[in-house]
Design a protein around this ligand. Sequence first.
Ligand SMILES: [Zn+2]
Length: 257
Amino acid sequence: MRRSITTLAATTLAAATVILAGQPVTSQATADDQVYVVAEAFTYDEGDAVTAAITAASAATECTDTTYALKTWKVGTLNWLYNGAGVPANIASTALGAITASTNTVAKGTNRCGLANLTTSTYTYGGTTTLKPQVSATATCTGNDNKSVTGWGTLPTKVLAYTCTYYNAKGVVIASDTLIDNVAYTWFTTKPANCTGQQYDLETTLTHERLHTAGLGHVDQTNNATQTMTPASSPCDTSRRLLGAGDYAGLKALATK
Ligand SMILES: [Zn+2]
């Protein structure tokens, strides 16, 4: 089910996640307004044998594995914008719908386990914009304009999407930008029949990125393989569009933080 056309070793499963936690980026800001930036990459999973083994164990654990990792911020109310420049042609008319679905999944804690909706955070869609996500092609956070923009562009090898999140001294998110690769990988919003090769599900990827915005970090690629917050994703996989028990438990913990 999760085969890859590449043959790199399983050591790439733990491919680099860049974390720049707690670095002040505005030196003149007052303590209360001090802005912090954190960047997270969602890499792709080139594994063959390892991923196949994980798949066998998957279904049984998605609602019993309550593992999560918290970052140091959370969302109160976030207004997000979409820049459709550079959207791949095959999903031009459906990408925004998938990104919206992912955002709503995280807003409500929509999950695979029948757990009740959450109401603590609010994400509102503010429309389209020509502002660009402030994420560079080398995956660095390039500044904060207080706008949360999701859009398309170039990212380093293996990086599907990249999110930079800015939060204040109280740990509340001010803005969060997500850049989605539009060069190296093929995206789908409806899984193609006989899906093969480096084709990835946009909704799964954006659920993962929005969970970073919400305040979750990565869990273990192997031990927590059914959760959406593993560091890497598999081609053609749509099984993690909604939250697993660990992803949900993480959001719940953030709500009471
Ligand atoms: Zn990630």
